[in-house]
Write a protein that binds this ligand. Structure first.
Ligand code: FE2
Length: 320
């Protein structure tokens, strides 16, 4: 395995992802034989890139997931629109091409999340459209110790509001029309839920901002507190939403775990730490990118052209 040559904008200290190329065998045979070594490399470095293999479409991709990680997961408590391609293989988020998706760790706002994520390039974009990656051990180190301490003591809170006539409907997010099912889901997953009027719902979840990954005790900046904060949205959208809603009534927004507002300069500082730790590469057709969700954050660049990336997740892990 060799380091993938990344763009000049990437930091020398960032060695994401680790490149794996064909050695004469098919990809699933290669994984079967080198599984322990590949999994160790993935946990240590944060991402693997399989390049140059004949994947064999979505069925072949599904077989890669099973060979490396076992059964893929269902996608629940949706925060972003995805469509099912086949079985447990989904589209990457259906989000406007001209907008960036900020770096995040999948489902870190939930009580459980996948340890391993898979991205399969069915159709590369014409320009940009990378899945940028950032080592979250590095993000943690780049954040001012005082800022970290504040979050380590207070945690962070995600507040979501499902309004009857604006934004996502709770029925779509929770994939049910039953209020009882929503209440049960929330109580099982450490979420407070409050019905608002006839159709509205507010949910609040307090989570930890810093976690360790099973297997070591290196702290990781593992949360969605920047991603879901209204200030991370494009300026015009952020201003429009803030003109319509109070901070706690926004469709999604984040706070300290005790409900205190997070100062704008703290959010700027954290976004800056993510940017400094970010590396990127251009997708080739048939690339399979494997991301260790508790070691690397991922995002999406804006893009032009077709871009079709299939996604699967595996290896559920509960909050420790
Ligand atoms: Fe994601």
């Amino acid at each position: 395995m060799t380091n993938l040559e990344t763009s000049a904008s990437s930091l020398e200290s960032t060695a994401l992802p680790l490149l794996v190329e064909p050695d004469g065998r098919g990809i699933t045979d290669l994984i079967a034989e080198r599984r322990a070594e590949l999994r160790a490399g993935l946990a240590e470095r944060g991402a693997l890139l399989f390049r140059g293999f004949d994947i064999g479409g979505v069925d072949g991709f599904d077989a890669v997931v099973r060979a490396l990680s076992g059964e893929p997961l269902l996608y629940t408590e949706r925060s972003s629109p995805r469509s099912t391609i086949k079985g447990r293989v989904y589209t990457s988020t259906d989000y406007p091409p001209d907008e960036e998706i900020f770096l995040h760790n999948e489902n870190s706002y939930q009580a459980a999340w996948p340890l391993t994520l898979f991205f399969y390039c069915v159709e590369p974009p014409t320009s940009l459209g990378a899945t940028p990656l950032a080592d979250i051990r590095e993000v943690y180190r780049l954040i001012d110790p005082q800022v970290r301490r504040e979050f380590e003591q207070r945690g962070w809170m995600l507040v979501r509001n499902f309004h009857a006539d604006f934004g996502a409907a709770w029925q779509d997010t929770f994939n049910t029309t039953s209020r009882e099912e929503v209440e049960e889901y929330c109580s099982r997953n450490g979420i407070l839920c409050q019905w608002q009027g006839k159709e509205g719902l507010r949910t609040r979840a307090v989570r930890r901002a810093v976690h360790v990954r099973p297997g070591d005790d290196v702290p990781r900046w593992f949360n969605h507190l920047t991603f879901f904060n209204v200030s991370t949205l494009p300026a015009d959208l952020s201003e429009g939403l803030r003109a319509m809603f109070a901070p706690e009534e926004l469709p999604t927004n984040t706070f300290y775990g005790d409900g205190g507002e997070i100062p704008a300069e703290v959010l700027d500082h954290i976004r800056g730490a993510y940017r400094r730790a970010t590396t990127r590469f251009d997708y080739h057709r048939d690339d399979v990118l494997v991301v260790d969700n508790m070691t690397a954050a991922h995002g999406r660049e804006p893009f032009t052209g077709p871009r079709k990336i299939a996604v699967a997740m595996a290896e559920p892990h509960g909050s420790e």
